[in-house]
Design a protein around this ligand. Structure first.
Ligand SMILES: [Zn+2]
Length: 526
């Protein structure tokens, strides 16, 4: 009896579970269908209006946008505000003493969650003589300029634009594209009667290429505006494989110069070599004591603060396309540093990079002398949970350990006379720490799930190697931060001939469309 009862209970539980699974699967299907409907709607809209989208982009890219030119940046801000407001955005121009920022919000009836998207509309300075076409006269080519591509007149194109065609202009890839892509995505959704599942907020930065010097004040003075459930940081190039990518972190950064000292004046190396302390040799020994040949940092305690990769992060790295062999060929490298670890793992570790050494001369400028000084400049790439202050403190302690008397100003003759070895440390900037959002943060999980629906070949990257001051956001905003790069990896950002590949604009619109239509749909939560 009891057994039979138990069996029937088990059956009931199984039946219930299957029913639940069915409901959940149906919801998932419906959810998937919503993603597909949004993608298809955006695509259908776009195919009809490629020329319009490009004309809008050309108008925005025609405005010079070096952040130090306030007048230019105000013109850009005027243009963007006029571009967004007809789409229903409420906009505000924010200023904290630097170039303007634009805040824009589009509330959606019924939405309970908010997506904050960051992009920037300033660009790096240009050296016009190096450009194939003027940087502020956007030029469409039927391929990459270095492949001898031909110029295309947007108004003369009959029908579709080639997906591999490229638009050349400053900020085409970094970072005005999200503005035009978002605007047209919203038009496409509205045209098709698709409501936004989230409230949408935009923060458009007018001084990113200057290091966003006033961003902290902008956020602090307007904290309520930036309340959101997720911050999507739309900047930077996509993975070399061209697969859709989410990046969950950046490294921090700080820099330091170290100078070592020999005799008070340069000495004849024949008369004094072996007697006079040699600052180049001292500096070489010092650098060699800081890291081994494969890049492992030997500074005492340097890894103590470092947050190890989680299992999820390790799995994500293992699933990424391995570019090691391609990079070795492209860069003529026999043996990378890192004892066989792959690039993505190594950039999750701190790095001490000697970015330069200045001492004496070489070749025709070489002289047979023992120098008075030698200087190296280091850039320190930081990872969670290192702080610039702690990293710098450990390096200073390491110098002392190596027998140096450490100073922060040029040593007097008395100081040099009184100490066996002297090193001057010159901290350039205070730097900033790294940021890494947990892959299993609930919002991150939801985003990853949705992005996999949009692009099944999604690459999840725990951290990029480069540095962005995301900490400024991370330390002031509650929302988790994820980077969604949209530009082609070979967009030549910061350099001459910056460009965007047209398919990257179309893909960005699809991603935005599906995200806006579905992100706030809680059925993806399980
Ligand atoms: Zn950028």
């Amino acid at each position: 009896m009891r057994v039979a009862n138990g069996l029937s209970q088990t059956r009931l539980v199984i039946a219930l579970a299957m029913g639940l699974m069915f409901v959940k699967a149906a919801a998932q299907d419906e959810y998937g269908a919503r993603v597909e409907i949004a993608k298809a709607a955006v695509d259908a809209y776009r195919v009809e209006r490629e020329a319009d989208i490009l004309r809008d982009f050309v108008a925005l890219l025609s405005l010079p946008n070096v952040a130090t030119n306030r007048h230019d940046m105000e013109r850009n801000a005027d243009h963007i505000i006029e571009y967004l407001e007809p789409r229903g955005f409420k906009t505000r121009r924010l200023n904290a003493g630097g170039a303007p920022y634009i805040y824009a919000e589009l509330l959606s009836p019924g939405a309970t969650e908010t997506l904050l998207i960051y992009a920037h509309f300033d660009g790096q300075p240009v050296q016009e003589e190096n450009w194939a076409y003027p940087p502020f006269s956007p030029t469409l080519l039927d391929g990459p300029v270095q492949a001898g591509a031909q110029r295309v007149d947007i108004d003369a194109v009959n029908g579709r634009f080639g997906p591999e065609w490229r638009l050349y202009a400053r900020s085409a890839g970094d970072d005005k594209m999200p503005i035009v892509a978002l605007a047209h995505t919203l038009d496409a959704l509205a045209d098709n009667g698709i409501e936004l599942s989230v409230n949408l907020k935009l923060l458009l930065d007018g001084e990113e290429e200057q290091g966003s010097p006033t961003i902290a004040a902008i956020i602090e003075e307007n904290a309520a505006l930036f309340e959101a459930d997720l911050l999507l940081f739309c900047d930077g190039p996509m993975h070399q494989s061209r697969q859709t990518q989410l990046v969950f972190g950046v490294r921090g950064s700080t820099t330091v110069d170290i100078t070592t000292y020999g005799p008070a004046r340069p000495l004849h190396s024949g008369h004094y070599g072996n007697w006079a302390p040699n600052p180049v040799m001292q500096l070489s020994h010092l650098l060699a004591s800081m890291r081994n040949a494969s890049g492992r940092i030997l500074v005492d305690g340097y890894y103590d603060d470092v947050a190890p990769l989680t299992e999820l992060e390790r799995d994500a790295i293992a699933a990424m396309p391995d570019v090691t062999e391609i990079l070795k060929d492209e860069l003529s490298v026999h043996t990378p540093e890192g004892d066989g670890k792959r690039l993505e793992e190594l950039i999750a570790l701190p790095a001490i990079n000697a970015r330069g050494i200045v001492a004496g001369g070489v070749g025709k400028k070489g002289r047979n002398i023992v120098l008075s000084t030698a200087t190296t400049s280091l850039d320190l790439r930081l990872v969670p949970n290192q702080t610039p202050a702690r990293a710098l403190g450990l390096i200073e302690a390491h110098l002392i350990d190596q027998g140096f008397h450490v100073v922060d100003e040029d040593p007097t003759p008395d100081v040099l006379r009184a100490h066996e070895k002297v090193a001057k440390i010159d901290w350039h900037d205070s730097g900033y720490p790294a940021l890494r959002t947990a892959l299993d943060d609930p919002m991150a999980l939801r985003l990853t799930g949705l992005m996999r629906q949009i692009a099944p070949d999604l690459i999840v990257t725990p951290t990029m190697g480069g540095s962005l001051p995301l900490h400024e956001f991370g330390s002031r905003l509650a929302a988790p931060i994820v980077i969604l790069p949209l530009a082609n990896h070979d967009n030549n950002q910061h350099a001459e001939n910056e460009n965007i590949r047209l398919q990257n604009i179309w893909d960005a619109m699809q991603v935005y469309g599906a995200l806006l239509a579905s992100f706030g749909d809680r059925r993806l939560l399980h």
